[in-house]
Structures are given as C-alpha cells and as structure tokens.
Design a protein around this ligand. Sequence first.
Ligand code: SF4
Ligand code: SF4
Length: 252
Amino acid sequence: METAGTELPILGQSDETPCDSCHGGCCRTFVIPLTGADIWKLERDLKKSFWEFACRWEDPHGSIAQKYAPHFHFQDEPKTPFVIGLIQSESTFIPRTTKCQFLREGAPDEEHPLGVARCGIYNSRPSACRVFPTRFDNTGDVVEIVQVPNQLNEDENQAYNLCPRPWEPADFDPVTTMEHLTIAAYEMRFFHKIAQLWNRKPGPWNIFPDFLKIVYSERVMHGEKTLDEELFPTIIKFPAAAESETPSKRAA
Ligand code: SF4
Ligand code: SF4
C-alpha cells in the first residue's frame, strides 16, 4: 500500500524548499534507476510485486544509466543493455506527458498552472530520488549541490520543467543528506556487482526478481565468532555497587 504523500525528494532545513510548490518536474523527466535494495524495500513496504512498479528500460546509449546505474542483459535480447527502473504512467492533468506512477498530482490552478505534486511513497522512495540533486565532492566528505536548470530543453512540454529556484545549502539537512548519499553509493556499487554476476550468463527476464530475492536474502549470515573478551576486549563492565551503598545513594 502506498504511504501518504508528503514532501518531494529532499529533506530540508529551510522553511520552504523548491519542491514545496513544484509540480514534480524531476519525477516526470527522469527514469528512476533502482538498486536491488530499493526493490527489496518497495516490495516490503508497499506490499507490491516487482512487476507492479519495476520494468527494464532499453538503454543503448547509456543516457539512462548515466554511468551511475548498471546495465543488465537478458536471454531474449542479449545484446541490449537495460536499466532496471520505476514504471511510468500517463499524467492525469497534463495531456500527452508521462510521470513516475507514484507521483500524486494536484490539479492546476491560477497560482500553480502545472499543479503541485507530491511523492506518494515518500518514506520508501528509491535512493536515486533521495539524493537528487546532490553528489559527493572529490573528497567524499562534503555534499555538493548540483544546480538544476529550470528547463533542460526549451522545446519540451512545461511538464518537464525542473526546479523553480536554485537549491541552497539550507535546503538540506547535512546529516540526512550525507546518509542518503552514502547508502545510495554503497547500494549502487553492490548492484553493479550483481549485474556483473548476472551478465556472465544472462538469464530470462521473468526470473530476474527471484534471482534478486535469493541474493538479498543471503546478505545476512551466521558468523563463526562468539561474543567474548577476545572479540570485544574493551567491554567496560558496569561497576558493582558497594555492599553498603543503597540505590538512592547511587542515583544522587
Ligand atoms: S518515487 Fe517519488 S520521488 Fe521518486 S520519482 Fe517517483 S514520485 Fe518522484
Ligand atoms: S524538479 Fe526540483 S523542485 Fe521540483 S520536485 Fe524535483 S527536485 Fe523538487
């Protein structure tokens, strides 16, 4: 089940982020690539099957993967590189345009001619949505804001306009933003490894979700070690109370 729509991609510190009055241009413009972890969480949180929210997007020129998402190959079209991403659907209010199927559109009005839209799965949205429009700087210790032009292509339908104003550092929570970037980078790296494994001998598309389930369900395993003083030599023991000491004295 979808969770209630709240904010669009970013958690902000400022009173109003560019997303607050936006029609969700990024959720209409870009194909959202998924990691296996995103897929696991969407299935778990939305109680939907892979086939209800994910699809494979042909990406012969790498314009969807953008050197970020991995390409997968499948038995029926072994030469075609695909990106695994969210399914899109028709917009309700802006004819002949498409959008992420989870975008909840508001009706256009005088103040907002394209309407105001919200993410319908905010708490479960994929990593790629969480990090937009940020990335790590060269050190990996600082978050860089990637400035987003209002229009990528002026001939496009206005539905595909992007952020209504430039992003500022105060629009971001410095801790949450770094956490999202770190998780996104880790999970995408791991998904690249899964792609390498799968592409050694591409299987049929219809077994791909089961393959992912097997990989991710084996992510946590029993170790050989038992908790002891060798493993954690610096456990600080809680001091034993002196015989005469009463609980009320210790609490003082
Ligand atoms: S999942 Fe939410 S944030 Fe991501 S593209 Fe869809 S509507 Fe936008
Ligand atoms: S286009 Fe920019 S302002 Fe609009 S929802 Fe996406 S990130 Fe937010």
